[in-house]
Design a binder for this molecule. Sequence first.
Ligand code: ADP
Length: 566
Amino acid sequence: MDLRRKLPPKPPSTTTKQPSHRSHSPTPIPKASDALPLPLYLTNTFFFTLFFSVAYYLLHRWRDKIRSGTPLHVVTLTELSAIVLLIASFIYLLGFFGIDFVQSFISRENEQLNNDDHNVVSTNNVLSDRRLVYDYGFDVTGDNDDGNDDDVIVKSVVSGEVNSYSLEASLGDCYRAAKIRRRAVERIVGREVLGLGFEGFDYESILGQCCEMPIGYVQVPVGVAGPLLLNGGEFMVPMATTEGCLVASTNRGCKAICLSGGATAILLKDGMTRAPVVRFATAERASQLKFYLEDGVNFDTLSVVFNKSSRFARLQNIQCSIAGKNLYIRFTCSTGDAMGMNMVSKGVQNVLDFLQNDFPDMDVIGISGNFCSDKKPAAVNWIEGRGKSVVCEAVITEEVVRKVLKTTVPALVELNMLKNLTGSAIAGSLGGFNAHAANIVSAVFIATGQDPAQNIESSHCITMMEAVNNGKDLHVSVTMPSIEVGTVGGGTQLASQSACLNLLGVKGACIESPGSNAQLLARIVAGSVLAGELSLMSAISAGQLVKSHMKYNRSSRDMSAIASKV
Ligand code: ADP
């Protein structure tokens, strides 16, 4: 919404205000481009066009004069005007390319002023105040300790005069935008959201990446299970959950693994997928593209085109499936430490643009045609894998099964066969041949900033249990073909989530060996699932499940006291 059209602008305030001290967000920085009468991109387009068209005209005239032998210094009025315009646009463009340089001075000056605890009112602040007064039609930059100015904006949001989604951009202050939106929402619904967390969160950090239109944050407790002894290393696994027993149970599984000498996790595959759907006029044409894409001779060319999307994206495989005259092309690529959805999508777009040259009749229906398959239960992920495919195993000694897990090896093996294998087959399960892999996957995903919706395919898991060492000990394994995790991008960079990644020693990008952090995180997820499977299966086989859930998962608090106030 164009606020200037909706709200009659007041004359710019000339009073200089003493800005309040607000440590949560900086004062909006004035931009050199604010001085332009038109938006920067329009001004640039205008001067670029002017410069090149006038230069073209003058060169033409120059060539004509040489041909006709006219002296170059004899200029007509039009040529003179053209020369003036050329010089003017040149000066502008020179200024434009220097604008960053100018901006850096302005920003530096502004920062210095902010550091002075806002005690000095600068002309820059006055300038930015004026700009915001104009944009809104009322002063939104004042000292809002008394909340008067914010009240005016809240009212405008409630009445629909101001768009809630544009508050961050207009105010240049994410904290304040969230606060105003929250108050507006409370007024609209007529109820308070008192318990929803608000203070102590960096609203800047989610802007344009993690969450739009924030009004606060939900607190999810984080427990820790461990140490998980995996591939010789010890990991304390952060789990964000509100399900009582889950962390305690996983912790017990970790203890059993640790006392039995640890678990081993092996990464089988690492490749993110994206599958666009394209349509042709005939099935024959669709088949021709399928043959072209699956022909090894073309793979190198397609890889070069695909890999341009990122220095971490490397095309591994193209798999096609046809439905009539529609072709589904499943691209698989490695994505370094990123979970990789953005990266693979960019690569796929590059290839589609490239293919359009040889297949101009190809109609791209969608960059994602669900053969990928993202955030949906699908056999393709279960069979082919997506993200990281991991198998993790451990041998739990008979003594540990008895003393820590409080059950027996034959009871566990039998339960696994009848519940996780047969029971899931009876249920027609897709990738759900386990007791509760999704519990552990979701908790670790939320704690470490993964996309929780990808828990669907990431929780695909088959748990196997077998008596070994003459039937004394238990061999347990989890096979998980599509664990989709990253340690850069998305929610991983947020303070709490990145702290949890740091706890595991996998925070951010691995410089020496890109991809290693994300791969280790996938192994840890599988190891934690192994612990969770062991413990829950033991609880069920020992008949403890209901008992422990009644103890840890049922609050004794009076529920009527926390009923929603309407
Ligand atoms: P995703 O593809 O998971 O959505 P993004 O593409 O948003 O993730 O984030 C990955 C970004 O991080 C890319 O811009 C990439 O260049 C950068 N990056 C830096 N180091 C790495 C690394 N080791 N592995 C993958 N990406 C990295």
